[in-house]
Design a protein around this ligand. Structure first.
Ligand SMILES: *[C@@H]1O[C@H](CO)[C@@H](O)[C@H](O)[C@H]1NC(C)=O
Ligand SMILES: *[C@@H]1O[C@H](CO)[C@@H](O)[C@H](O)[C@H]1NC(C)=O
Ligand SMILES: *[C@@H]1O[C@H](CO)[C@@H](O)[C@H](O)[C@H]1NC(C)=O
Ligand SMILES: *[C@@H]1O[C@H](CO)[C@@H](O)[C@H](O)[C@H]1NC(C)=O
Length: 424
């Protein structure tokens, strides 16, 4: 059913919406000689044509949210040839990290923190969208992929699913199964310097922000962040004397909303502020950990990109399934607005290594998708400009220096010892 419909969508492109109208225009209106007849027949025909146009519009609008074919494809800058793509993405839509009294455990059959059914579907969809995006660059050889996941199950769940649709078995690799294995690198639990091996403390509270104000808060009638917090405490029953409400309240409400589940009325009424608080606090809650993880994230991106240019690996795609914190750490160090650009589920940074045709020099272009909207649409990726390395002047050398220096080397003397060979 679904497939047939998708097939039908494929044949309807915008220009054909126009041709439908032409069909309407060529109906035998003019063969009726009197004005009366034209009125008699012309009106219903015109209505039919309008109804047809509306139908085509609705079908196109629907397919915009249901078919990867309506998503953008990557456009290479003239005079450059793509060599390697490094993608760092967030995992798919998940259950909250803590159940609250407005969440129903039955809605989260895998348990807290795991992907939900919608999250799994979304991961499959993004694999298709990426296949379309890089259709002219990627082959179907599983060998060209290097994949790494965080040690959190939601991240490798996401990566298995996404790679499954990004690399469906074709020709040589097609032996009658609809999937093929793609190896994903992970380090043993507790050792992942990119996300978990040196958990710093979290801020005791967010009172340092209380006098701040923002458009989103004001639009909901809060003068300051402090006012928002008082309101939140009153309605949720959680104390704002500490930062402990962040996951059980804000993160949990966000998960409910994105999963299309019940959100209490009081929260729904001030959703702009809630959304802003999630994007802002997700960074501030983890900010003491950010330099630890951001430092290695940057080095990993530099290593994979440089490695491709130097020919030390043969991958076309390096892909990493990590967290909102990972992406906010990179965005913030690159002087982007990490609150406005907060990565929703499957938000993805792409670092594209290009070779200039005229002289064989390497350059890096960056693009970004903020991921899924609350309605389940996946946002197209578009170019972003790194202040210290703007494409087309972002030479590989400069890019590698920027990425290696995202954060100063962290002092790990208080962290458990790790085996640095487990890095890659
Ligand atoms: C917020 O403003 C009040 C009144 O001006 C001041 O007493 C307080 O110290 C400020 N708090 C912060 C965290 O800046
Ligand atoms: C939800 O939990 C909070 C604190 O745990 C409590 O104050 C509040 O009354 C509860 N709400 C409902 C609807 O049970
Ligand atoms: C990337 O890291 C690996 C492991 O540490 C190292 O062997 C390799 O030389 C690095 N490659 C580049 C291009 O820096
Ligand atoms: C790292 O931290 C430890 C303990 O706080 C301190 O003794 C050491 O001097 C620091 N190392 C550097 C290089 O700053």
């Amino acid at each position: 059913m679904r497939e047939q419909r998708d097939g039908a969508f494929e044949n309807i492109s915008l220009p054909e919406g126009v041709s439908l109208r032409e069909v309407g225009g060529s109906l035998p209106i003019m063969s009726f000689s009197t004005g009366k007849r034209i009125l008699l027949w012309g009106l219903p025909v015109a209505l039919l044509v309008i109804a047809g146009a509306v139908l085509v519009y609705l079908v196109l609008a629907r397919s915009a949210t249901s078919s990867p074919r309506t998503h953008k494809a990557n456009e290479d800058p003239t005079g450059f040839t793509l060599q390697h793509v490094m993608i760092v993405h967030r995992h798919g839509l998940r259950a909250p990290s803590h159940l609250s009294n407005w969440s129903n455990p039955d809605d989260y059959p895998m348990g807290v923190g795991y992907l939900t059914k919608l999250g799994k579907q979304g991961s499959l969809r993004v694999g298709e969208i990426l296949r379309r995006f890089y259709g002219n660059f990627l082959t179907y050889s599983p060998r060209e992929v290097w994949a790494r996941s965080s040690t959190y199950p939601r991240c490798y769940e996401t990566e298995y699913l996404l790679l499954g649709t990004l690399y469906p078995p074709r020709s040589f690799w097609d032996f009658g199964l609809s999937v093929q294995p793609i190896p994903i690198t992970m380090v043993p639990n507790g050792n992942d310097v990119l996300i978990e091996s040196c958990t710093a403390s979290v801020p005791g509270d967010f009172k340092y922000m209380y006098n701040e104000t923002h458009r989103e808060l004001q639009e909901d009638g809060f003068e300051t962040f402090g006012d928002f917090m008082e309101w939140l405490a009153e309605n949720s029953g959680w104390s704002t004397e500490n930062s402990e409400f962040y996951e059980p309240i804000i993160d949990a409400l966000y998960a409910q909303k994105y999963n299309g589940l019940h959100v209490p009325e009081w929260a729904e009424a001030k959703w702009k502020s809630m959304d802003w608080a999630l994007r802002r606090l997700s960074f501030d809650y983890w900010k003491l950990s950010v330099p630890y993880y951001g430092q290695y994230m940057g080095k990993m991106i530099a290593n994979r990109t440089l490695g491709s240019a130097e020919g030390s690996h043969r991958n076309r795609l390096s892909i990493m399934s990590y967290h909102d914190t990972s992406i906010q750490a990179i965005l913030s160090a690159l002087k982007f607005d990490h609150v406005a650009m907060y990565p929703s589920f499957l938000g993805a940074l792409h670092f594209q290594l290009y070779k200039r045709d005229s002289d064989g020099e390497f350059y890096v272009r960056s693009i970004y998708s903020r991921g899924f909207t609350a309605c389940g649409d996946y946002r197209d990726a578009s170019q972003i400009t790194i202040q210290d390395c703007p494409f087309p002047d972002c030479t590989l050398k400069k890019f590698v220096a920027v990425m290696n220096g995202l954060y100063p080397d962290t002092n790990r003397s208080s962290c458990p010892p790790i085996d640095l060979k487990a890095l890659l």
